[in-house]
Design a protein around this ligand. Structure first.
Ligand SMILES: C[S@@+](CC[C@H](N)C(=O)[O-])C[C@H]1O[C@@H](n2cnc3c(N)ncnc32)[C@H](O)[C@@H]1O
Length: 269
């Protein structure tokens, strides 16, 4: 059974976490069958792909200089190809995810405990204050939590002054369209201003998947309220001749409006 929207889960952090933990546990295999090659999950050093438009950290450099001495934390790392890529650059990396199923998929590629993978929720980071140079997230956690302002505050807390937070999410304007890569996905059906989450349930009505929507303004306010400085919002354009489709991300839609927003933030010195 599927329905949207569901206003009563708007502030339900524990319920969202429980639903998404079980969703990603059970979806880990199917997710990787479809996307592992694109994400570089099974390559020796991983890969850091920010979004279905194929933006790679190796070319975009959104995180700044990464190398020996850099301490990085990835939120919602899944099977951790991005964490492994950061580790291959010499960084000390912790990858964090709510789903043991997603983390387990990455374990065969972890050598000598590097990167360190931790099962935890993004709203309560098990990391000491001011110890991290870079917090990053590629479509991990932030669209799935009920309290994204708390994630921003947590990221700000663990960052050292001058450190960076960079995260990619569905572009908020996509919320108004059906998740359809074809022509039906070009028709606005939902209010951009309705922050009620999208919830899927099982036959008993128990939530099995929860995705939360915030407007661009909400996201900016969350960042600024956490004491971070917003440096850029990257809206990747669909690359010419790029035919790879990822769920609702398609060349048809990508030619008309953005699918991804990458927020680049800094903690003031
Ligand atoms: C779309 S996947 C992205 C995974 C990985 N970043 C990648 O690029 O393949 C979203 C990930 O966010 C994780 N996630 C969802 N809610 C979370 C939460 N509250 N805290 C931490 N991770 C969460 C999921 O378990 C899943 O691994």
């Amino acid at each position: 059974m599927t329905y949207r929207p569901k206003p009563d889960m708007r502030n339900d952090s524990a319920g969202s976490e429980a639903a998404n933990r079980s969703w990603w546990d059970s979806d880990a295999e199917a997710y990787h069958e479809e996307h592992a090659a694109f994400l570089g999950v099974d390559t020796a050093d991983g890969d850091f792909v920010w979004c279905p438009e194929g933006v790679r950290e190796s070319e975009a450099g959104l995180l700044g200089d990464i190398g020996p001495g850099t301490v990085a934390l990835e939120i919602g790392c899944g099977s951790a190809p991005c964490s492994r890529w950061l580790a291959a650059q010499g960084a000390s990396v912790v990858g964090l995810d709510i789903s043991a199923g997603m983390l387990r998929r990455g374990l065969p590629h972890v050598r000598h405990g590097i990167p360190l993978l931790v099962q935890a929720g993004a709203e309560n980071l098990p990391v000491a204050d001011g110890t991290v140079d870079v917090v990053c997230s590629a479509f991990g956690a932030i669209p799935f939590v009920a309290d994204p302002a708390r994630v921003m505050a947590e990221a700000a807390r663990v960052l050292r002054p001058g450190g960076r937070l960079v995260f990619s999410i569905n572009h908020p304007m996509r919320w108004i369209f059906l998740d359809d890569p074809g022509p039906d996905g070009l028709v606005a059906t939902l209010s951009y201003f309705d922050r009620s989450p999208y919830v899927e349930t099982d036959a008993d009505g128990t939530p099995t998947y929860v995705e939360h929507h915030r407007t661009v303004g909400d996201r900016v306010r969350d960042v600024v309220s956490a004491g971070l400085r917003l440096v850029d919002i990257v809206e990747p354009e669909w690359p010419e001749d790029f035919e790879e489709q990822w769920g609702q991300w398609s060349p048809l839609r990508g030619a008309i409006f953005p699918g991804t927003a990458i927020f680049c933030c800094e903690k003031p010195r």
